[in-house]
Design a protein around this ligand. Structure first.
Ligand SMILES: Nc1ncnc2c1ncn2[C@@H]1O[C@H](COP(=O)(O)OP(=O)(O)OP(=O)(O)O)[C@@H](O)[C@H]1O
Ligand SMILES: [Mg+2]
Length: 246
């Protein structure tokens, strides 16, 4: 399987401090991957580099069948090329319904002229309903988003990202602040989403990562410390030392 995203030898320094240090990372087109590591390991900075928010000092980031160089593309073009990112705080429109939030996300796919002359179609309604089903909010479509629980807002935002059909979805600490039941639903949702696209999940909650049941990459001081199943990496002496030595 050839990689969808191929990060090679990437480094970035902030005021002389190497936040990412010769990092290499690959993910396939329909793969779920968890990224763990202690605070300051470089997990969020890694996502910032892939999305074009931070430019590395060295290395390459190649994308897709044509091995496009993401480092030469603007943030907007990277998003258009199919990289979606979920931030920690949900950014849903609180005074709009779940339905309208999802519908707006569908519209975002379109060019400015198309939006101007946009007419809601039956196909769009069906697509919104399918998305709501996928994120477990089918029975909440007509609720005002501000009334949703924290977990439901996170799912809505994931749904809004899925509406844009990214080929790679980057999700930073989705389980923070969620109840156990919400966390379980979130793992199901991400596993499902990763059947048709690549999904990278950064998370501190080890039980959550275990339930994802996927390959795990452990970052430490901006480099890959270990990679493999959750059992494999949690038994790695170097990983144990990093976590116990905190
Ligand atoms: N824009 C920036 N300017 C200066 N330093 C930064 C910047 N972004 C990140 N850093 C530093 O780079 C290092 C890596 O930070 P990063 O946020 O990527 O870690 P993380 O693995 O996401 O940690 P956490 O688990 O706490 O979210 C940290 O020491 C951080 O202070
Ligand atoms: Mg972070």
């Amino acid at each position: 399987m050839s990689a969808l995203l191929e990060v090679s030898g990437v480094s970035v320094s902030f005021d002389g401090f190497k936040a990412i240090n010769n990092l290499s990372f690959q993910i396939g087109p329909a793969e779920l991957r968890a990224v763990i590591g202690p605070n300051g390991a470089g997990k969020t900075t890694f996502m910032d580099i892939v999305t074009g928010k931070t430019r590395p000092d060295e290395g390459s980031v190649l994308w897709g069948e044509k091995s496009q160089n993401l480092l030469k593309m603007s943030e907007a073009r990277i998003a258009q090329a199919g990289v979606g990112r979920k931030f920690q705080r949900p950014t849903v429109f609180e005074d709009q319904s779940v339905f309208d939030n999802l519908l707006m996300a569908l519209k975002n796919e379109r060019g400015p002229l198309e939006v101007l002359f946009y007419k809601r179609s039956r196909a769009d309604d069906a697509r919104v309903e399918a998305l709501a089903e996928e994120i477990g909010l089918a029975d909440q479509l007509h609720r005002t988003s501000g009334e949703l629980s924290h977990g439901q807002k996170q799912w809505l935002e994931i749904g809004m990202l899925l509406a844009q059909e990214p080929r790679l979805l980057l999700v930073d600490e989705p389980a923070a602040g969620m109840t156990l039941a919400e966390r379980e639903h979130t793992t199901d949702l991400l596993r499902e989403a990763a059947k048709t696209r690549a999904v990278v999940v950064v998370e501190h909650d080890m039980e959550f990562v275990r339930r994802l049941g996927c390959k795990v990459t452990v970052l430490h001081e901006g480099s890959v410390l270990a990679e493999g199943s959750i059992d494999h990496v949690t038994q790695d002496p170097q990983v144990i030392e990093v976590y116990l030595g905190r």
